[in-house]
Write a protein of this length. Structure first.
Length: 430
């Protein structure tokens, strides 16, 4: 127990000294293993982790889904998703904000990245909202919060990583994220209604579109619908695995971008480099977290923590609720993926021992990450928008995102209280 606590303390100390968290976890894991067991064992264990992670077939799903999202973004489908949503609901008060949330949900179904979704929407939706006179706080708040839907609505790279680390069925995780993702999008729209009813001049309605314009817009998103149906339908139906589905999705997105003449040799090179860079970042985090988890598992901390929680006399739901509070608090000061990879070795065995479904817990983890991505002071989506929209003050973005932080916290409470919302769709899978 003492060795593990010292390890966690060393990680936070290194992070405070501005050492990247991936390197901090890796260094502490190797040194901790070397001091508690032996240095040859530490180096051998680390080399095994690097080798097995690099050559793991199941992990190939990560770069493939990232590649699919980059091809889709380059093909301009985000613009068409936004346009399709706008022609149906843009004439309502706050209609552009609603359309942005709907477009984020649709783009999330083919992207799998929260940051990429928020960044894309800043280029697609923000100019239109500014043209209509939307307030900067509402515009940026909607884009930051809507971007988080990219990791709940499948395919999701976070779900893939969680599934691999905990050996949970990725297809069932994808199915579990559908209803919570759609309900979260609906709850965000309700928040927009409440905000705009208090300050209607900050979100004026747009012009009403004709049915011919609506039909034309729907025809423009056939590529998105086809990709979603083929990839997710094939995974849910058992036609192919998540890895095979990712390969088919990436190939389909490439052909679609090629058919739309959105690719040049230069843009193809940029897409491949960006996909490789994102993949390398995720794999570095995953390897470092695994090395540190191996060290923690060799100490008595997991067993001691489980025993301590058992002696507290709390009910299992209260224990999970306490974990969620810890995650929400950590998410305000730590990078979200690193936070989850750091804590999963501690919390996941406890959740399983209490008899809870790991698929349900995975959905809770994703919702916690969503909250962290838009929680000041270190929410990644907030800083992405601040970088891409230099004319908007960070304080304005913080102000605009708070209603959506409240919405997502309420959704987390609902998902904890009603596991059926996450487990209903996976129950139909083999």
């Amino acid at each position: 127990m003492t060795e593990a606590l010292l390890g966690f303390g060393a990680i936070f100390l290194l992070a405070f000294l501005r050492v990247p968290l991936a390197f901090a976890m890796g260094i502490v894991g190797v040194v901790g293993m070397g001091l508690t067991r032996s240095w040859p064992a530490a180096f051998y264990s680390t080399s095994q982790v690097v080798y097995e992670t690099g050559f793991a077939y199941t992990l190939s799903v990560i770069p493939l889904f990232i590649l699919m999202g980059n091809f889709v973004a380059r093909a301009g489908l985000a613009h068409e998703l936004f346009r399709a949503a706008f022609v149906f609901i843009g004439h309502l008060r706050g209609g552009l904000a609603h359309a942005t949330i709907a477009a984020c949900a649709g783009f999330g179904a083919i992207c799998g990245s929260s940051i990429a979704t928020a960044a894309t929407m800043s280029k697609v939706a923000y100019p239109s909202m500014q043209k209509l006179g939307y307030s900067e706080s509402l515009s940026t708040g909607v884009m930051a919060a809507g971007g988080t839907l990219g990791i709940m609505i499948p395919p999701s790279t976070i779900m893939v990583i969680y599934g691999i680390v905990t050996e949970t069925n990725i297809g069932k995780l994808f199915a579990a994220g559908v209803l919570p993702g759609l309900l979260t999008a609906l709850a965000m729209m309700v928040a927009v209604v409440i905000v705009t009813s208090r300050d209607p001049e900050h979100a004026p309605p747009g012009e009403k579109s004709t049915w011919s314009e609506r039909l034309a817009a729907v025809r423009g998103i056939w590529g998105v619908l086809l990709l979603v149906v083929v990839v997710l339908g094939g995974i849910y139906g058992g036609v192919f695995t998540a890895t095979e589905g990712a390969g088919i999705g990436a190939s389909g997105a490439f052909l679609f971008a090629l058919a739309r003449r959105a690719l040049t040799w230069k843009s193809l090179f940029e897409i491949l480099v960006e996909s490789a860079r994102t993949t390398a970042m995720l794999f570095t985090l995953l390897i470092a977290a695994t090395v540190f988890a191996n060290f923690v598992n060799f100490t008595s901390m997991p067993g001691d923590l489980k025993e301590w929680i058992t002696h507290l006399g709390l009910s299992p739901p209260m224990i999970v609720a306490a974990m969620m509070v810890i995650y929400v608090l950590l998410g305000t000061v730590m990078e979200e993926l690193s936070m989850v990879l750091l804590t999963i070795p501690l919390f996941f065995p406890i959740v399983v021992s209490l008899g809870f479904d790991p698929v349900w817990f995975g959905v809770l983890i994703v919702m916690v990450i969503q909250i962290g991505l838009i929680s000041p002071p270190v929410g990644m989506n907030l800083f992405v928008l601040n970088t891409l929209l230099p004319g908007v003050r960070l304080g304005t973005i913080f102000k605009g995102v708070w209603p959506f932080v409240v919405v997502q916290v309420l959704m987390l409470i609902v998902l904890v209280a009603f596991p059926i919302l996450s487990l209903w769709l996976p129950s139909f899978m083999q």
